[in-house]
Design a protein around this ligand. Structure first.
Ligand SMILES: NC(=O)c1ccc[n+]([C@@H]2O[C@H](COP(=O)([O-])OP(=O)(O)OC[C@H]3O[C@@H](n4cnc5c(N)ncnc54)[C@H](O)[C@@H]3O)[C@@H](O)[C@H]2O)c1
Length: 277
């Protein structure tokens, strides 16, 4: 999808980090934006900023893990703008724990936002985008953790691998129907955002109950995120991929070598190589 002027984007997890950079970039390209997030304070601040800059935007408090709230988001987007051209299922949370330390509540939270958030977005928007018949594009935010398995990120890895395979399947389902809707899956490594402070969304509950080793890993993740690339660079990569209709968006050059090592591990019957991210 090349000409975005006047078209409509829906972005989840839009209030901060990568989502905010995507929203700003969409507005720069002349798009109208529907902004979905649970953080109403940050959502209001972004809406004021974009509206002051002359953009048309519709903010809606939406918990993407709740199917009925995502349906209401789609209802509002279509009532307001009549069409959606770019859907970015981006909202996400992270927790650093091994699989045996991850509680049922942790799994429900991480899978609820990262995986069901994407599924809820696709279920609510795809039928309407297909029926509209207009050219469109869907971007699902996974992570390099959807292509490589990192230690002490059990639930996060699982949720992101699931997003990658759902996106690949979605691509085939749309291509088989010759639908004019492109698909991309976003797989960044470290990006300087507040993802390592995701516990803020559940009353500050973070890596409580995790072993010293996992806590150490959690701190290492925080440090890596702090040294990550700017969210604006990710937004540029996403909009380039949408314009060129590219599927895999790997924002960090080192990621390719890591993916190759993992594929070689599988094909050469080796044990998984521990990769530094
Ligand atoms: N930052 C990184 O290093 C990195 C790397 C790879 C992938 N990602 C992915 O990028 C996406 C965006 O994360 P970020 O790094 O910008 O983090 P962030 O914490 O800065 O932003 C995440 C946004 O999602 C919102 N959110 C959280 N739970 C929600 C819910 N239930 N419903 C709706 N919105 C919700 C938050 O309020 C926040 O605005 C996530 O899917 C994350 O997994 C991040």
């Amino acid at each position: 999808m090349k000409d975005l002027q006047g078209k409509v984007a829906v972005i989840t997890g839009a209030a901060e980090g990568i989502g905010k950079a995507l929203a700003r970039r969409a507005v720069l390209d002349g798009m109208k934006v529907v902004l979905a997030d649970i953080d109403t304070g940050a959502l209001d601040a972004l809406t004021a900023e974009l509206t002051d800059a002359g953009a048309e935007c519709l903010p809606l408090r939406t918990d993407v893990s709740k199917a009925e709230e995502v349906e209401a988001l789609a209802d509002a987007a279509y009532e307001h703008y009549g069409a959606v051209h770019l859907l970015v299922n981006n909202a996400g949370v992270a927790i650093a724990k091994t699989v045996w330390e991850t509680t049922p509540k942790d799994w429900e939270w991480v899978m609820g936002v990262n995986f069901y958030g994407v599924v809820n977005g696709l279920r609510a928007f795809m039928p309407r985008m297909l029926e509209g018949g207009q050219p469109g594009h869907v971007v699902n935010t996974a992570s390099i953790a959807g292509l490589l398995s990192m230690p002490a990120l059990a639930a996060y890895n699982a949720s992101k691998f699931a997003v990658v395979t759902v996106s690949e399947g979605l691509y085939h389902d749309l291509a088989l129907r010759k639908a004019p809707i492109g698909v991309s899956v976003l797989c960044p490594a470290w990006v300087k955002t507040r993802i390592a402070e995701s516990g803020r969304h559940r009353g500050g509950e973070g890596i409580a109950g995790a072993s010293a080793q996992s806590q150490k890993m959690g701190l290492a993740v925080m440090k890596a995120v702090e040294g990550g690339i700017a969210p604006e660079a990710v937004a540029d990569a996403v909009f380039a991929a949408v314009a060129e209709d590219r599927f895999y968006i790997l924002t960090h050059p080192d990621s390719h070598a890591g993916v190759k090592v993992r594929m070689d591990d599988i094909l050469k019957d080796r044990k998984p190589t521990l990769l530094s991210m």
